[in-house]
Design a protein around this ligand. Sequence first.
Ligand SMILES: C[S@@+](CC[C@H](N)C(=O)[O-])C[C@H]1O[C@@H](n2cnc3c(N)ncnc32)[C@H](O)[C@@H]1O
Length: 233
Amino acid sequence: MTRNPPRLSQDFYYQGVPDYMLEVYDWAYVNPRHADFLDHNWVVRTLLFCNDQRLMRAYLNQVRPGMAVWQVAHVYGDLVRRVAEKVGRQGRFDLTDITPVQVAHAEHKLADLDQAKVMRADACDFEGEAGYDLVVSFFLLHEVPDDIKRRVVDNMLRQVPPNGRALFVDYHRPAWWHPVGWLLRWINAKLEPFAHALWKKDIREFASQAGEFKWMKKTIFGGVYQIVTAERA
Ligand SMILES: C[S@@+](CC[C@H](N)C(=O)[O-])C[C@H]1O[C@@H](n2cnc3c(N)ncnc32)[C@H](O)[C@@H]1O
């Protein structure tokens, strides 16, 4: 298997991609040449200041063989494959993404795993065929405008049945003393305009039915990252 999927016509990659992706994240997630270059574990490790494995473990530790899992957006590197392998052939791993090149990369990574299904869909309104044990957003919320954050969180929670849970792994407000805080402030101002909202508000504040869930929040790396679970009460 080649490392990246074969290239298609340039138009293919831009059709139906939302404005916020084109205006802010073309360089990171839409442009196919850039996606080929960035889709590596070392990129994720660098962006997350070497906290990648710790954050991924927080997700993988909640995955059990036989579970039905929906991950709302693709993530660079091998995370999606690790999750799909962990649910195993008795389980189900549904992965959605709104951007054609990301769907192509995910399909390429998961092609030989029958339990994995990749769909081009907006996390705001995707509806899975059956309920999920676990619904996961791994670093999506900081990359979407606040109205989309609300719609994504609501749609995720809508698909959590009794005894199921949603998991959000994302940025958070760093402690005042954290040296990385100043760098992230600059990155948010220049490159990630939707991220600062997660410094100011808890994820549960984006949920219209927050009271129906039991929320647990843990922060790591001096507050830079948050791991939030919402269990249907
Ligand atoms: C999960 S986030 C960031 C992940 C992380 N920074 C990484 O290393 O890949 C990026 C993904 O979200 C996708 N995305 C953005 N808006 C979306 C939406 N409304 N629904 C589904 N996927 C979306 C983008 O296409 C992109 O593949």
